[in-house]
Design a protein around this ligand. Structure first.
Ligand SMILES: Nc1ncnc2c1ncn2[C@@H]1O[C@H](COP(=O)(O)OP(=O)(O)OP(=O)(O)O)[C@@H](O)[C@H]1O
Ligand SMILES: [Mg+2]
Length: 357
């Protein structure tokens, strides 16, 4: 891991008496692509605005490169922000838009000219200097917004759902563009999205948030394969999340059936959440499964079939590349390693886990 660059330490923030962020702690490293991921209203934009200096925390400190910047104005921080609703100036040309910040900081004409050329090249829009903002597609406008941020040579780029307005294909293209940009520029990206697939594709580190609390911090692989609780599991990809009873170590009862698992340390006869990913369920002959059921729906998704099986009073979701016919009686199996056991949160908005990042 590279050097620590930004540290949020015990940050709390309320609006109108309502607690929005509660004791947020987060360390961000140089050259890291960090994504804040979570449902609408969980405090992602607020966190980004605090880092950018557009809001002041009620408690806690923000350290940047060893210096306390909690009280610094946005323009005194070595950060640049591309907001959720990016605003280009429609009465200005593309070149004027990109040059805006540089002119304010009184750079020479030559410097500005070179910078514009360089930034347009980086976002794959060579030669667009004289075009008007209105003549560009949504994706092109988005890239100009990013070019405008890049020319100021920030150490950190803050991006708040920058691809939110784009269609799926263009989003995917832009995701690769952003990863390339990050690698070429060697700067830190703090990226906000509520799209889990986008987060998994782009990030070095994902911070999963819910209701102002950090639920889990980890690599995309960690978060996907080892979610710490049912919220994270549910938010990152679809899952079968079922009430279970941990009978004893390595044995869990799910829908009246005892299943071998690999987890230990949950106690005896304790209620737990049991998570099984759709791709980990195996469809067998009816007599060979742990559960016996009927296929109620089959949808072709391109790479796999999404199949629903009604068994033991539960609607199981299965992803498989093999075709099965609707109405067919089947069995369901899962290997012990693919059964994940999680403690139940004590209340729905409780701080469920300690993070170790
Ligand atoms: N300036 C403000 N005044 C009052 N309430 C605010 C303000 N800014 C944010 N909030 C509230 O704080 C909560 C978190 O807002 P925030 O914008 O950080 O969410 P978000 O995670 O970015 O959501 P989204 O995905 O919808 O953009 C919301 O309930 C919002 O209404
Ligand atoms: Mg937001």
């Amino acid at each position: 891991m590279e050097k620590e660059l930004i540290e949020l330490s015990h940050i709390s923030k309320s609006f109108d008496g309502e607690l929005i962020l509660d004791d947020l702690n987060l360390t961000i490293h140089e050259n890291e692509f960090v994504t804040l991921l979570g449902p609408s209203g969980c405090g992602k934009t607020t966190t980004l605005r605090l880092i950018g200096g557009f809001e002041t925390p009620d408690t806690g400190r923000i350290i940047f490169d060893g210096t306390d910047i909690t009280a610094l104005a946005p323009n005194e921080r070595k950060l640049n922000t591309v907001f959720q609703k990016y605003a280009l100036f429609s009465h200005m040309s593309i070149a004027e838009n990109i040059a805006f910040g540089l002119k304010i900081s009184k750079k020479s004409k030559e410097y500005i000219h070179d910078k514009i050329k360089y930034a347009l090249k980086l976002v794959n829009l060579d030669g667009f200097e004289k075009r008007s903002v209105d003549s560009l597609s949504g994706g092109q406008q988005q890239r100009i917004a990013i070019a405008r941020a890049i020319v100021n040579e920030p150490k950190v780029l803050l991006l708040d759902e920058p691809l939110g307005a784009l269609d799926l294909k263009m989003r995917q293209d832009m995701q690769y563009e952003l990863i390339r940009l990050k690698n070429e520029l060697g700067i830190t990206f703090i990226y906000v999205t509520h799209d889990q697939e986008e987060a998994l594709t782009m990030s070095d580190t994902i911070v999963v948030m819910n209701q102002g609390y950090v639920q889990q911090i980890g690599t995309p692989e960690d978060i996907y394969n080892e979610p710490v609780n049912a919220f994270v599991a549910d938010f990152i990809g679809e899952s079968n999340i079922i009430d279970g009873i941990m009978v004893r170590d390595k044995l869990v009862r799910v829908l009246n059936t005892d299943l071998e698992c690999v987890d230990t340390g949950f106690g005896s006869n304790r209620p737990v959440d049991v998570v099984i990913r759709p791709e980990d369920l195996i469809i067998t002959d009816p007599d060979d499964g742990f559960y016996r059921g009927i296929i109620t729906s089959v949808i072709f998704k391109g790479v796999h079939y999404e199949i629903e099986v009604e068994a033991n009073g539960y609607e199981w979701l299965i992803h498989t590349t093999e075709y099965h016919e609707q109405g067919k009686p089947v069995g369901l199996r899962v290997i012990p390693f693919n059964i994940q056991i999680m403690n139940k949160p004590e209340s729905s908005d409780e701080k469920v886990v300690e993070t170790d990042a």
